[in-house]
Ligand binder design. Structure first.
Ligand code: CUA
Length: 314
């Protein structure tokens, strides 16, 4: 498994890219101004309670505090935020690395174009990007409205069925940035997460080249070979593609290099042999409502073999 060994970051207040820094500044200024005004209003309230019935100049306070002050404050904030927003990156794929992301109930399909062959490379729930390069995510949804939000890198963007939207982002330092679906999309909306892994450009190129290759052959020890047979016995190929092995279905995530991903189940579980086995055995117990059915009539040995095969798909 490659990638920086850092804990995933999911915070508007810890920006790791230029646009996220501007959005983080908005958050601080609005919070600061709001806090100041709240304290001032509370001070005025305390003062008024100590006046013991002496009359206030009502017109002055209503006109000044209720009309002039908010108009002034909101106008200044509007002017400042409009000026600052001009610094956000343009939402265009020109000159950017283009990656397409499709929201599904409840996972993310991610597609790259192989720079060598021009063929499409499909992966899921993980977007790897090169540090310092502008990336344009072309966004779409396959079923209902989703919304992509990676707080440390950029703002939110809705993903709407039948419509292509886009989001520009750039990571300025290597790291793992957690993202989240930000539009309620059904029972497992909360378990629709993804990770953006920002790598040094050379590392990214090596990763993409590895992803472009067809699935790795099972190890000759027999266990993974048996696992590949179980994949077909369980009819996994009816929903999943493994390039070079079974390529006709695209209902579920492409599993060609599933072993190389950080997590499975759209952020739900760490990715290792035991969690793969648990997931295949009964996904409904881990993520109720998910499209994937439980493995049927599978014995323990076959389950372990299948998990070993999937883990080996690096
Ligand atoms: Cu997808 Cu919420």
């Amino acid at each position: 498994m490659t990638g920086p060994a850092t804990a995933p970051l999911q915070s508007v207040l810890h920006p790791a890219g230029a646009d996220a820094a501007i959005i983080g500044q908005f958050a601080w200024v609005l919070f600061g101004a709001g806090a100041l005004i709240f304290v001032a209003v509370m001070a005025l309230l305390a003062l008024s309670l100590r006046r013991h019935g002496r009359p206030l100049r009502a017109r002055l306070w209503i006109g000044g505090g209720g009309i002039v002050f908010p108009v002034l404050v909101l106008s200044v904030l509007l002017g400042w935020s409009t000026w600052r927003s001009a610094g956000l990156a343009p939402q265009t794929s020109a000159g950017a690395l283009a990656i397409s992301v499709t929201g599904r109930m409840w996972w993310w399909e991610v597609n790259y174009r192989d720079p060598a062959s021009g063929r499409e490379i499909a992966t899921a729930n993980e977007i790897r990007i090169p540090v310092g390069r502008t990336v344009y995510l072309g966004l779409n949804a396959a079923d209902v409205i989703h919304s992509l939000w990676i707080p440390a890198l950029a703002g939110k963007r809705d993903m709407i069925p039948g419509r292509v939207t886009g989001l520009t982002l750039r990571a300025d330092k290597p790291g793992i940035y957690r993202g989240q679906c930000a539009e309620y999309c059904g029972i497992q909306h909360a378990n629709m997460a993804l990770h953006v892994v920002a790598l040094a450009p050379a590392e990214f190129d090596a990763w993409l080249a590895a992803q472009a290759r067809p699935a790795r052959e099972p190890a000759p020890d027999g266990l993974q070979l048996r696992g590949r047979a179980v994949f077909f016995e369980q009819r996994c190929q009816n929903c999943h593609t493994i390039r070079g092995v079974a390529e006709r279905a695209r209902l579920g995530p492409d599993l060609t290099h599933v072993g190389s991903r950080l997590r499975i189940g759209a952020g739900l579980l760490q990715n290792h042999r035991a969690s793969l086995a648990a997931w295949v055995a009964n996904p409904q117990a881990l993520k109720p409502g998910v499209s994937m059915p439980a493995a049927s009539g599978i014995d323990g040995a076959s389950l372990q073999a299948l998990a070993a095969y999937l883990e080996g798909l690096q």
